[in-house]
Design a binder for this molecule. Sequence first.
Ligand SMILES: Cc1cc2nc3c(=O)[nH]c(=O)nc-3n(C[C@H](O)[C@H](O)[C@H](O)COP(=O)(O)O)c2cc1C
Length: 406
Amino acid sequence: MNALLDLAAQQLRADLATAPGRVRQRLSDEGRAARCRTIAELRAAAKRSVPRPIFDYADGAAWDEVTARRNISAFEDVTLHPKALTDVSEIDLRTSVLGGEIALPIIAAPTGLTGLQHPEGEMAIARAAHAAGTITTLSTMASCTIEEVAAASDGRRWFQLYVMSDRGLVDSLLARAAEHGYEALMLTVDVQVAGVRERDVRNGFSVPPRISLKTLAQGVTHPRWSAGFVAHPRMVPANLGWEGSATATLASAVNRSFDPTVTWDDLADLRSRWKGPVIVKGVMRADDALRCVEHGADAIVVSNHGGRQLDGAAAAIEALPAIADAVSGRAEVYLDSGIRRGTDIVKALALGARAVLIGRALMYGLGAAGEAGARRAFSILEAELRVALALAGYPRAAEIGRDAVS
Ligand SMILES: Cc1cc2nc3c(=O)[nH]c(=O)nc-3n(C[C@H](O)[C@H](O)[C@H](O)COP(=O)(O)O)c2cc1C
């Protein structure tokens, strides 16, 4: 009898220990997303929901992660100067980018291997961006194909290009993107070689992922993520023909495939071949921004890749004012790297950005609750931006200027 009681007590203890996990699992994605009130809470939820190496891949940055932290802390160093007694009963977040209106000045940044967070990957991000009334940018390194993402949503979409050594592959990517309605080409210029992300090195992060006892254990402790992964494994970039290739670290795969000889001549060449607008992403200096304009770029993204490339680089928000001044309206200027709050967006707009791009905020949302989580990332930032603009005394996002900050 005692033995039976002991057994029952053991079972009860085990049930109680796992109950929060089981209750969490029963919550719908919508429910899980709705419980997160900030991007920081989406991050915490993603950290619980996906295996550690997958979370670290999205959250991590280069070397000591100084620039990644600075991207965030530099926003704290920008001070807002609210304007009194303006009518803020209607807040207008609309702006135009590359000739078309978007409902809010937030665009989905290109992110590679997004499908590791959730099997819907870039398709979920595209649908969330469309629902928010804005644009999605598909990475060269995306987990979903150019065609899948085009079919997933009717929203505006841009294609981000890394120039690969295999120029035939680049040509075919451009042709597929043009054929499937990607209206702008975004050339990323800050991955001459792979940045060293030490969390990935420590975790043995690879493409395709190496299945070890440790990864199996991670899978068991993250059953919802594992169910998605097993049903729809998205293990390698989908557009590059890497399926079936041998396991390699992401850095070595990048260094093997990307072309480190890319120069301004390649920008000129792409400009002449791509019929639509060209955006250059990863510009951090005013002289480079001017050269982009001279080479016919329609837009520039002031970005340090979220601190994932050159650690020690300035925060993107620190680089923005000088670049906006130099470009002086001859190209559109956007900013990414470190956007976590609506006030960050107000500051970026005030310092000369027409819109911001968000990378990790969407990755966290996706990891936490799939497409519902990505939608939540947009809605959190939108709601914060509305309140921040009202309190700053600028009812129209497109009209906030340098006088609002110091
Ligand atoms: C997981 C992950 C993958 C990324 N992959 C790409 C990519 O394939 N191409 C690219 O141009 N930028 C890539 N980036 C950089 C983002 O486009 C963007 O510059 C950065 O995330 C902005 O900083 P934030 O994450 O603080 O918003 C990636 C970023 C993350 C977090």
